[in-house]
Design a protein around this ligand. Structure first.
Ligand SMILES: Nc1ncnc2c1ncn2[C@@H]1O[C@H](COP(=O)(O)OP(=O)(O)OP(=O)(O)O)[C@@H](O)[C@H]1O
Length: 461
């Protein structure tokens, strides 16, 4: 698959990729087909028209529902499965963690498997020998090095698989959900390794269902649905669309058959300011009707257009406005870390609605959830049912335990059955002013106070 003609800025180029699986109802049908030369299979189109490029020094995340085609795509890129059409051009050595124990034998010991796995990834015996201690250290399996791999817990299997794949120093790393296995400490270690890989100019392609993981380490995300890329762009935007796909299942995705929607088109179709006319050729009328959302009021507009609001819901009730005020009710744009403020929302029922649950979420600039709360989780009574046209004001007091910088507020309104009426991702930007006395890199502020420094002599007296 190595193609020397690829110009240097591209580590992987996927062009017009498609995969059709043959499906036989019974195993015997496969044999009968071979013997009788009569077709006894149906075809299943798992991937269609997939094209993208991965530059070196980048991390691309792939999101999608179960069965969307993520693993099929990774396997084709990794070279363990053939595409039906299209091509994959790769520059450099690929290491792929497609499942726990990729390239390992369950009966072999960890020591034997390190050699086996390393050789599968193209290393010579002497090269593996040089890296052996590093692999064992990273995987933290020193005490079990001569135990069979099948006796390892799934966390230990994940650690060893990840350690072997990353210690061979590949140019391209492909990871299928492997970061989800293993304990929290190992996840931090493997995240650090992925970041270090990226800083050394490697290209990383990873599948995860965890939007926080995608938001925190990826530069870009692809969203797959029914074997097609339906969104390709900044992780935070793609994660919002994925969230909508999962939690607004009745809505038809804004894609015409056979088209790849650029992220702007999906956003236009889903956002309140989207013009139905502009997107009419590609969106369902259901989605286009959502453009009847009221425009957000001035206070809720983002100061920087860089991260735009993403909105969805059935619009039975809507969050008309969101603002932050001080305790005297004065609107504020800039907040002091640790200050106490009010989040003030006006809600309007567009039709008669039952009790409502209100929630909000604070994210950092990468889209990582820092805090989330709703009136149901907080064990508050749901609101009384509302008549069409009725308005309701909700005020939530909070302490701004955040470090310096910009953060984003998502507000949501749902029925008590969690049916979403109005979800406004990144509806409001919080700007936290200079926070002295803590590290500038802090995202949160735990308000530390030194309360004791007592010394003890070397003899313990
Ligand atoms: N060998 C196969 N033969 C027939 N169909 C297959 C085969 N492998 C996968 N599929 C089908 O192709 C589709 C895509 O599967 P794939 O495993 O790539 O999805 P995925 O997005 O990785 O799913 P998940 O999140 O559940 O791992 C699914 O509908 C699956 O049933």
């Amino acid at each position: 698959m190595d193609n020397p003609e690829i110009s240097t800025p591209v580590a992987i180029r996927v062009s017009g990729l498609g995969k059709t699986y043959r499906v036989w109802r019974r195993p015997s049908d496969m044999l009968l087909e071979a013997l009788a030369f009569r077709r006894r299979h149906t075809e299943f189109q798992a991937l269609s028209d997939i094209s993208f490029e991965l530059p070196p020094g980048s991390v691309t995340g792939i999101l999608g529902r179960n069965g969307a085609g993520k693993s099929t795509l990774l396997r084709i890129v990794a070279g363990t499965l053939d595409a039906t059409v299209g091509s994959v051009d790769v520059k450099g050595r690929i290491a792929a963690i497609l499942e726990l124990g990729t390239g390992f034998s369950p009966e072999y010991t960890a020591r034997e498997n390190i050699y086996l796995g390393g050789m599968c990834l193209g290393l010579k015996h002497s090269e593996i020998e040089k890296r052996f201690d590093e692999i064992v250290d990273f995987a933290e399996v020193g005490d079990f090095i001569d135990q069979p791999f099948r006796t390892f817990s799934s966390g230990m299997q994940a650690r060893l698989t990840f350690a072997v794949a990353t210690c061979v120093d590949p140019s391209i790393l492909i990871i299928d959900e492997a970061l989800a296995v293993g304990d929290a400490r190992f996840q931090v270690k493997s995240f650090d390794r992925v970041r270090e890989f990226k800083s050394r100019g490697k290209a990383i392609l990873l599948v995860s269902h965890d939007t926080n993981q995608i938001a925190s380490i990826c530069d870009r995300a692809l969203l797959l649905e029914k074997g097609r890329i339906i969104a390709d762009g900044p992780p935070q935007k793609v994660c919002n669309i994925y969230h909508e796909m999962l939690f607004a299942p009745k809505q038809v995705l804004p894609l015409a058959e056979g088209r790849i929607a650029p992220i702007e088109q999906i956003e236009d179709a889903l956002s309140p300011s989207g013009s139905a006319a502009e997107t009419a050729d590609a969106v369902s009328s259901e989605i286009a009707a959502k453009s009847s959302f009221a425009a957000p009021n001035e206070a809720s507009r983002l100061a920087e257009a860089e991260i735009a609001e993403h909105r969805y819901g059935d619009n039975a009730a809507q969050i008309e406005s969101i603002a932050i005020t001080d305790r005297d009710g004065q609107p504020v744009n800039r907040l002091q870390s640790l200050g106490t403020y009010h989040l003030v929302c006006w809600i309007k029922a567009n039709v008669d609605v039952g009790p409502l649950v209100f929630g909000w979420l604070v994210r950092d600039k990468r889209g990582l959830d820092l805090f989330g709360w709703d009136t149901q989780t907080g064990k508050h009574e749901p609101t009384s049912p509302m008549r069409a046209g009725e308005r309701l004001k909700i005020v939530v007091s909070f302490q701004a335990n955040l470090g310096t910088g910009n953060f984003f507020v998502t507000a949501a309104l749902a029925g008590i059955d969690k049916h979403k009426h109005d979800v406004r991702f990144e509806a409001f930007e919080l700007c936290i002013e200079g926070t002295p006395k803590i590290y500038e890199t802090s995202i949160i502020n735990l308000a530390p106070k030194l309360i004791e420094t007592s010394s003890q002599s070397a003899l313990g007296r």
